[in-house]
Design a binder for this molecule. Structure first.
Ligand code: C2E
Ligand code: CA
Ligand code: CA
Length: 419
């Protein structure tokens, strides 16, 4: 990369107090950033579009528009700038706003209570932050390359399933204490000829609403099992004895299951048959369910989930901490893993509350004998924190983003050499 291609950081400030705006501009200028300031939301969004800031400092409480509205709007525009939330409101409100923004998929790098010190702002502005590789501009939300009139509909999705345009990506999970590879989560992607790569938030709800989710789950799981089976074979050998030094030893594959699929016992039988045919032991496969989906029909879920566990499959409770179900249900259903919702993990470094929730879930998991995975691990400091509190597994951009199958295999082999 030539030095001219290194893009300078650009900070855009939205704050109704001009004095704060000017102070932030000066601090940013001294730190080597270009900076612009506005007090008006309409102008702010215009500059976001035209200037593509790499960083945004956002005041939470303003007379014309509140910060929550700005957060929602930025999320709708698919903004990937590094966002710093500022305000004079109490730490709890600031923390909640930080989590809200993270839940909307925004890239929150810090929450700054006013009054703040220049050193703290400078530190945030100069820290490394996860932007899309090779780009400092906001990355369009997946699929926003499509004009909204041309947004894919159910028929397009049906066609995509037939033509093989729905493909699995793989994101690694690693052991917090050692960094060893523990498994991969399968995440569906739609390779759309006009819209580019469409992320699941855009098409899973479409699949669910149009009776296509089971077909999608089977399609993705089948491809993933074919990708995964050779990994099991290379390490398990014919005598079933794993060789721990091989990259695929003990590695698990996790697939996501929607609420509706829980009533389709035939689908799970089909997956079990596929595992048999491909020589993948059920212990290698984990089904991830969201807290709300697992609780929709507790009795039916209990039947099916117990049967799956008895067959050897693993069950993970996804997005834990965000639902409204009681602890009783959690204890009642036979989960083997808890996944801490990424809104807590992503904000753990700058929110005491997020750290408390994360620690609480790790402790809860431990006392229930469940494996605990933190997802949304975006920097190494969070990884160190998770290690310190005894979290089992970590998943997130700091380790690797979801990758196509061939890239994931190369990633795995490269890591095997460096360990
Ligand atoms: P999930 O199961 O909670 O998956 C984790 C999501 O977090 C993935 O989003 C992943 O790309 C993202 N992620 C991982 N690490 C980080 C990180 O460090 N920072 C941030 N900001 N995000 C991170 P993705 O791939 O967009 O999937 C969204 C959701 O769509 C999944 O959430 C899952 O609920 C659903 N989904 C994906 N594939 C399937 C599928 O095949 N079937 C069903 N039923 N649902 C799926
Ligand atoms: Ca999941
Ligand atoms: Ca999750």
């Amino acid at each position: 990369m030539t030095s001219s291609s290194v893009i300078r950081r650009r900070l855009l400030i939205l704050d109704d107090d001009p004095l704060i705006g000017q102070t932030m501009m000066s601090i940013a200028g001294l730190a080597g950033l270009e900076a612009r300031y506005t007090a008006h939301p309409a102008e702010f969004f215009r500059v976001v579009e035209e200037w593509n800031p790499t960083h945004i400092a956002l005041d939470l409480v303003m007379p014309e528009m509140d910060g929550v509205q700005v957060i929602q709007d930025l999320a709708l525009r698919g903004c990937r700038a590094a966002i710093i939330i500022t305000s004079g409101v109490g730490a709890r409100v600031l923390d909640a706003a930080g989590r809200l923004a993270a839940e909307h998929g925004l890239n929150i790098i810090g929450v700054l209570a006013k009054p703040f010190t220049p050193a703290r702002l400078r530190q945030l502005l100069l820290s490394d932050f996860p932007v899309a590789p090779g780009s400092s501009a906001p990355v369009a939300a997946p699929g926003v390359g499509c004009a909204s009139a041309a947004l894919p509909d159910a028929e397009d999705l049906r066609q995509a399933l037939r033509s093989g345009a729905i493909v699995p990506y793989y994101q690694p999970k690693v052991v917090c204490a050692t960094g060893a590879l523990a498994g991969f989560e399968v995440l569906a992607r739609w390779r759309h000829p006009e819209c580019g790569l469409i992320h699941p938030a855009r098409f899973i709800p479409l699949a669910e609403a149009n009776g296509l989710i089971d077909a999608l789950t089977l399609h993705v799981t089948e491809q993933a099992l074919h990708w995964f089976a050779p990994l099991c074979a290379t390490v398990d050998g014919t005598d079933g004895i794993g060789v721990p030094s091989m990259p695929g030893a003990g590695v698990q594959l996790a697939v996501n299951i929607s609420a509706r699929t829980l009533s389709n016992t035939a689908l799970f039988e089909e997956v079990r048959d596929q595992c048999r045919r491909l020589g993948v032991a059920p212990e290698r496969l984990s089904f991830e369910l969201t807290e709300s989906s697992a609780m929709d029909d507790p009795t039916a879920s209990l039947d099916l989930l117990t049967r799956l566990r008895m067959q050897g499959f693993h069950l993970a409770l996804d997005d834990f901490g965000t639902g409204f179900s009681s602890m009783v249900q959690l204890v009642r259903l036979p989960f083997s893993e808890l996944k801490i919702d990424k809104s807590f993990v992503m904000t753990a470094m700058h929110s005491e509350e997020s750290r408390t929730v994360t620690r609480f879930i790790v402790d809860l998991g431990r006392s229930l004998g469940l494996r605990c995975t933190a997802e949304g691990v975006e920097d190494v400091h969070i990884l160190a924190y998770l290690q310190a509190i005894g979290c089992d597994l970590a998943q997130g951009y700091a380790i690797a983003r979801p990758m196509p199958g061939d890239v994931a295999l190369r990633w795995m082999q490269q890591r095997a050499w460096v360990r």
